[in-house]
Design a protein around this ligand. Structure first.
Ligand code: GLC
Length: 567
């Protein structure tokens, strides 16, 4: 492993700053809170942080709407706090990635304000302004595109026929990467933070920075009527690759940094190689979304809970599809969940088997090919929020828009609440549960969003630290094993293959090199059987007591999972 491949033996940890730890009692997490918890993160074994966006923002999209890239969000602290954080993290051998939204700014950004004020200003050319279409006395948007947050992708500027493009909230106008001057602005921003000591970036919404500038209507039809979401119009388009090559040439290549792009819009592994191949890729890795919703939960308002079922065939296909295309040519991150998804414990695991399923899911991910990322709170088995009212979801514009849309389509309130509790990204954004004191030790003030009550039932860091069989202690021990150079080498160099790939309930894989590492995981809340023809040399990790093995048939209890050394 070359020195510049340090992330191949790193354990990532995703911090959602708003809800991680509040050091000043204003009810919102902050940089001081992250600094306080560096010892905790280090003891856990995390050594690569991705911290959600911390720049000045009106918080219409929780910080992804940046008002000033050169100022730290006062809710989170100051640039000196960031410097302290970077310094202290580095002292502990922890690298820090900042989250850099490059597809849009806030409408309160000085560029956008100038663009509105003065249509002849250079800033006007930083955004997409188009004339709407006149139909009689009606003014329609320039085309039928919808954005990602359940609205048209266009917003009219009152009193004019002009519209601007926004793929996310209407307070987040998209910027024009086809404008070289705009690109330079982002290069400067990136250099500023790298010079300050950041170790790189998670590049937000990167997949969408090039658009189909013919602006033609999408041929897709929205079955519910209205604008249609058609990522082919603005995701992973040819020009995006060129922009990122230039970004690398002018910035990333000049620093020893790590870059991980967010590659939504269904990027294919082969295509992603153009971005991340060791030979010539402008970035180091991309986060794909393929292993996140493999239970039919996405867009599932018409489904019953019983229909939500982890599809191991799909999961296997998605992992292997990426592994096969990338493993000898590129690196990749692994994750089950981030701040945009429901909690993985509620998604692929079970609150009825919190301890077993949280451990099983982590173990399954940790030893796959790639750099694993833990989402904050997964290490203590945090689960979905379970809110009682639609107002509880008002904290997220994406949820608010979706709720409005469902109401328009005639869904009743209870159905919407139930669906949001199952799928909303708010589920992952409730405060981190540190102990059983008031507000789970997250804040001494009034939390900005409701805390999950289960912190009183042991789902908190302090209680788990004291329990030798806790999820937290399992994570810590498992991470230690994953970092063992022998196992790390087996994970990185495989070759990786499925064991019994037709099993409907068990996901099992083998790194079949000199050290043979095998993971066997039951994804079901009931007992299943698994036949396997290897000799067990050692049980390295296991989330139950005792092994039930009869003549090569293992009995796997609910969510039982093994990490084995075999021959
Ligand atoms: C990314 C972020 C998400 C945000 C969106 C717009 O997908 O992860 O939270 O809403 O981009 O910036």
């Amino acid at each position: 492993m070359a020195n510049n491949d340090w992330w191949k033996s790193s354990i990532g940890y995703i911090i959602y700053p708003e809800s991680f730890c509040d050091s000043n009692g204003d009810g919102v997490g902050d940089l001081g809170g992250i600094i306080e918890k560096l010892d905790y993160l280090s003891a856990l074994g995390a050594n690569l942080l991705w911290i959600g966006p911390i720049f000045d923002s009106p918080m219409d999209d929780n910080g992804y709407d940046v008002r000033d890239f050169y100022k730290i969000n006062p809710l989170y602290g100051t640039v000196d706090d960031l410097k302290t954080l970077l310094h202290k993290a580095h002292e502990k051998g922890i690298k820090v990635l900042l989250d850099l939204p490059i597809n849009h700014t806030s409408d309160e950004h000085a560029w956008f304000k100038k663009a509105l004020e003065d249509p002849s200003s250079p800033e006007r050319g930083y955004y997409y302004f188009l004339k709407g279409k006149r139909e009689g006395d009606r003014l329609l948007p320039p085309n039928n595109w919808a954005g990602f947050f359940s609205t048209s992708a266009w917003e009219n500027i009152p009193g004019t026929d002009d519209f601007y493009l926004h793929l996310f909230t209407k307070k987040m106008p998209d910027v024009r990467w086809d404008n070289p001057e705009l690109r330079e602005k982002f290069y400067e921003i990136a250099r500023y933070y790298l010079d300050l000591g950041a170790d790189g970036f998670r590049i937000d919404a990167m997949a969408h920075i090039a658009k189909d500038t013919s602006w033609s209507d999408s041929a897709l039809v929205n079955p519910n009527g209205g604008p249609v979401l058609d990522p082919s119009k603005f995701s992973n388009r040819a020009e995006m690759f060129g922009y990122l090559n230039e970004f690398n040439e002018k910035v990333f290549s000049k620093y020893a940094c790590l870059t991980i792009g967010e590659a939504g819009g269904s990027i294919q592994p082969k295509e992603s190689l153009k971005l991340v191949a060791h030979e010539g890729g402008p970035l180091n890795m991309v986060f794909n979304f393929d292993t996140v919703w493999n239970n039919g939960n996405f867009d599932s308002i018409d489904k019953k809970d019983e229909d939500i079922w982890t599809d191991l065939f799909q999961l296997r296909f998605n992992f292997m599809h990426w592994y096969e295309a990338l493993h000898d040519k590129a690196d990749m991150p692994l994750y089950w969940c981030n701040h945009d998804h429901p909690r993985v414990l509620s998604q692929y695991g079970s609150t009825a088997y919190r301890n077993e399923s949280a451990k099983m899911l982590f173990q399954t991910l940790l030893f796959m090919y790639g750099t694993p990322f833990i989402y904050n709170g997964d290490e203590i088995g945090m689960s979905n929020a379970n809110y009682a009212s639609l107002d509880d979801f008002s904290f997220d514009r994406c949820a608010v828009n979706a709720i409005e849309d469902f109401k328009k389509r005639g869904y009743d309130e209870q159905t919407i609440i139930h669906y949001m509790n199952r799928t909303s990204r708010i589920n992952a954004r409730t405060p981190m549960q540190w102990d059983r004191s008031e507000n789970a030790g997250f804040t001494k003030g009034k939390p900005h969003i409701k805390i999950n009550d289960n912190y009183l039932q042991g789902v908190n860091v302090m209680d788990e630290m004291c329990d030798p069989y806790s999820i937290l202690n399992f994570f810590q021990y498992a991470i230690g094993l994953r970092k063992n150079p022998i196992y790390n080498d087996a994970v990185n160099n495989g070759p990786l293959q499925w064991v019994d790939p037709n099993h409907p309930d068990v996901l099992a894989y083998l790194h079949d090199g000199a050290t043979k590492l095998m993971v066997i995981s039951n994804f079901r809340p009931y007992t299943v059987y698994f036949t396997f023809y290897y000799d067990i040399k050692d049980v390295l990790l296991h989330n139950y007591e005792g092994v039930i093995l009869n003549d090569h048939v293992i009995t796997l209890r609910p969510y039982e999972s093994f990490l084995l050394l075999v021959r």
